[in-house]
Design a protein around this ligand. Structure first.
Ligand code: COA
Length: 382
């Protein structure tokens, strides 16, 4: 019997599964880097569209290259009429992540280059999917509310056009900027569960729709992208700042986790949380009510102090303050995870392209813990 080379840690923690030049994380230093650029540089100075170019091409675009990408993204935002009709046929109480998963899978039927799995065709596919995701998510939300979906606005950025399609009004600059930064922050995160799922599927040479559908499924879980929804539900359940302390203490007493806190890789501040914390506070101040920010901040303080006492330092992750930020932007709670996907589609597709550029089927081994050499007993003698 061929023995596996080694047994990995539970959950593959700290196992390096493959080389990649897309994203680097140093969990001890709280460092997140896309293609060589620190996330702080990108969050301060860049836009989502520029980050999309960076992830796909490995370098920042020149002005004409960014113009070309913007034009291409705008040109491909519309969905095939058949797909829009299909979304209209979904039950009204559909879970948006389920609807997104099903819609992306169906987009494969209408791919103009269905039988071409070349790298060039996949680059064009990555562009179409990234352009279409916001339209899909906004359409899912409007249709379930009995509203007509709105056409994307070509003069608006991906972030602003998305908010327009969702709310039926053009967003204020501060709102569009907040979402744009959130999209930059969520665009990639190395071999997280959904990206790894996408790469595993791409590694079989299944098409990009199969890879992205796998990724959406993985993202939907509460231990991954679903955590931000749970955070907002928790804040609503607590209801007010005075009730935070008891709620958190009760959670600790029951041995339950607080959603949006802790990270499998970061052992210090998640650099994305730094911006979302700031945004949550800024939007609250601008709207004249910092209740959701104040509650979040108090929860964070208590959990950090308690875990420090136990010598298990954990901090807020990307999901913790994105919850109150999105809520204050008027985004329905069950769209928080789909919005994560509106951004992460850029990283997923970058990883699928990288995987296909130097493909090797991903096929680890298990450590068998079952029995051996059992004798078959016929069913009437068991
Ligand atoms: N609340 C309270 N305690 C937590 C916690 C949280 N959110 N996250 C971790 N801990 C505790 C664990 O109970 C564990 O303590 P123990 O050793 O006494 O059992 C310790 O911290 C280590 O946590 P563990 O779950 O083993 O770490 P991990 O690396 O496997 O988990 C997460 C990382 C993200 C799965 C985990 O922190 C979590 O479930 N967080 C909440 C969900 C979430 O926000 N997910 C989004 C991630 S971006």
């Amino acid at each position: 019997m061929t023995k596996p080379a080694s047994t990995a840690a539970a959950g593959l923690r700290d196992v390096v599964a493959a080389p990649s030049s897309i994203c680097f994380i140093d969990g001890e230093k709280g460092l997140l880097v896309y293609r060589g650029y620190n996330i702080h540089e990108l969050a301060e100075h860049s836009t989502f569209e520029e980050v999309v170019y960076l992830l796909w091409n490995g370098r920042l675009p020149k002005p004409s290259e960014l113009d070309e990408l913007n034009a291409q993204l705008i040109a491909h935002r519309q969905l095939p009429a058949e797909v829009m009709a299909m979304i209209k046929s979904f039950p009204k109480n559909v879970v948006p992540m389920d609807a997104l998963r099903t819609t992306v899978s169906a987009l494969a039927f209408y791919d103009p280059e269905r039988s071409d799995n070349s790298l060039d065709a996949n680059r064009r596919r990555a562009l179409r999917l990234t352009a279409q995701f916001a339209t899909v998510v906004a359409a899912i939300d409007r249709i379930r509310k009995g509203l007509e979906p709105l056409d994307p606005k070509p003069e608006l950025s991906q972030a602003a056009s998305f908010l327009y399609m969702l709310n039926g009004r053009e967003p204020m600059d501060v709102e569009a900027k907040a979402l744009d930064i959130a999209l930059v922050l969520h665009a990639d995160h190395e071999f997280n569960a959904s990206t790894f799922a996408a790469r595993v599927t791409a590694g079989t040479l299944a098409d990009m729709y199969a890879s992205i559908t796998s990724a959406i499924g993985a993202l939907s879980g509460p231990l991954h992208g679903g955590a931000n929804e749970q955070v907002m539900k928790m804040l609503l359940k607590i209801g007010s700042l005075e009730k935070v302390e008891k709620f958190v203490n009760d959670k600790f007493a029951a041995g339950e986790k607080i959603m949006g806190i802790g990270h499998a890789v970061y052992h210090t501040e998640d650099p994305r949380a730094t911006y979302l914390r700031r945004m949550s506070e800024a939007i609250g101040k601008r709207q004249g009510d910092t209740k959701w920010f104040d509650m979040s901040h108090r929860i964070e303080e208590i959990v950090v102090a308690e875990m420090n006492k136990k010598q298990k330092p954990i901090r807020a992750n990307v999901d913790f303050y994105s919850a109150s930020t999105y809520y204050m932007l008027g985004i329905p709670i069950d769209l928080f995870t789909p919005i994560f996907a509106v951004s992460r589609i850029s990283g997923w597709t970058a990883h699928v392209l990288e995987q296909l550029g130097n493909n090797k089927l991903i096929r680890p081994r298990s450590e068998y813990t079952g029995e051996m050499d059992l004798k078959y007993v016929p069913i009437d003698r068991r």
